[in-house]
Design a protein around this ligand. Sequence first.
Ligand SMILES: Cc1cc2nc3c(=O)[nH]c(=O)nc-3n(C[C@H](O)[C@H](O)[C@H](O)COP(=O)(O)OP(=O)(O)OC[C@H]3O[C@@H](n4cnc5c(N)ncnc54)[C@H](O)[C@@H]3O)c2cc1C
Length: 492
Amino acid sequence: MTPVHELKSTPGVSPGVDHHCDVLVVGTGPGGMAATAAAAATGAEVHVVEALDQIGGNSVWSTGYMAFVNSRAQREAGIEDSAAAFIADAEASIDLLRDQYPVIADPALLRLFAEHSAATYEILLARGLRFSRFIPRPLQHRTTRMLAVEDMMDFRRAFEPEFSRPNVRLFTGTSADRLLTGDGHVTGLVARGPEGEELRWTARKGVVLATGGYQSNPELRARHVPGYLARAPYLGVDTCRGDAHLMAGAIGADLINMGLVLPLVIVSSSFVEDCIALNRDGKRFHDEAGPYENRVAALQAQPERRAFYIFDDETCQAKAQLLAQMPEPAMSAPDLGQLARKAGLDPEGLRVSVAEWNEFLSGSSDKDRSFGRVVLPAGRRQIVKAPFHAVPMVVGSNFVSGGMRVNDALQVMDVYGDPIGGLYAAGDAVGGFNPTAELGGMRLCGGFTLGRLAGLSAAEGRSGSVLDASPPKGAHMPSMIGSRIALQDVRG
Ligand SMILES: Cc1cc2nc3c(=O)[nH]c(=O)nc-3n(C[C@H](O)[C@H](O)[C@H](O)COP(=O)(O)OP(=O)(O)OC[C@H]3O[C@@H](n4cnc5c(N)ncnc54)[C@H](O)[C@@H]3O)c2cc1C
């Protein structure tokens, strides 16, 4: 793939140079990519700064599960959904969190997502994304609405053309540092370029902060959660340091849910589809694909908190990138007996558990009798191909939920409840939407959906509601790619 910095160079950048644009987007994960596309489609001059060398942020490392409300895919599969059904699911999931954490969820953002995520589905299809199948999550999404993206690199490919538009300039290897203000408004920012040089921007209409969370910043985590959660391994790129939180906090933004850093068993949802988890007795002990908090509790209840995901060589080859994201290395052996000895598991228990799992998959039942697991390997593929592998289960830190409070134009609010002129937020940096994450598939789709609205708001200098706004003509359509519409196997 051509790196974006080659697609679009950054000529004219030199120390002390001031850049001017209408909208400045910071970060190019789902929120930033969608904000860029939406703002650019209005004709605004858009500049984008990205700390990494390529666009995409965490999306290209993700599992690619995305929840859409009332999408065409659901209708084609005969699934009835509605904004009200989604909001009821979200509220039920957030209520469970409230038992243990102080949580602030913004009903206006839930409604925005419910009403605009179906458009995100159409936009992503038109940009060339392909979805393979619905993933059931009956305990969270009581209406089936979560789809799996086939190739996560398509997130990047889908938005690359936006960064070659004549009215868009991308500055890679550039980290935003500080916001600039004047007359109570955000007027631009200061950043560090690839050589450490200081760069300044003036943004005539608005700045959109889409730098993700602060999971890669243990010091910031430690201010809000106990030590083990601050130090625990995390998922994703190491540039999610909470820069937006710090920059916006410094000018009075209201940061909410900063202590909502949930533990999780670190594993990609796509990888876990093909695994069973076994304890030292070689026995399964939970629904491997069940609610995140149940997985953590089940692992912590095992002796020495020790357990392994077991998988075969076909999974090892097909999902090598996801396996590489596991915090501890896998061990391998030519047969199950030797694998058991290496991992310190009971060999007979391991043999029986794998045989029982394979027997279940060879049948037609959609629900495993032992733990009610309904997320099964694609094609009900069994654990059969040697060599066999075991990778330790590790409790780490989930995507953090703290972020800026925004109004329903995605404009950042200050601690007094007033909007901060010229400042917008998108993606994981939006605090009031993040508590929906336990549903599954919400972060990517929330980023693309609310990011699009943030980009529109910034380009139009909105400070009021976007709820009834229809986007400008062409705002949602890709500029330079053909439509490769393919929805495959949506019933699978
Ligand atoms: C392994 C894994 C699996 C996942 N699976 C799923 C899933 O199946 N479904 C789901 O919904 N979500 C999933 N997620 C989470 C999802 O990918 C993220 O929540 C989502 O990408 C966040 O989007 P964002 O727009 O906030 O930006 P991010 O994707 O977090 O990207 C932020 C960007 O901002 C840049 N940046 C940071 N600071 C600065 C700065 N100061 N200046 C300039 N640029 C900066 C970063 O380099 C990065 O490119 C997964 C994540 C991982 C890692």
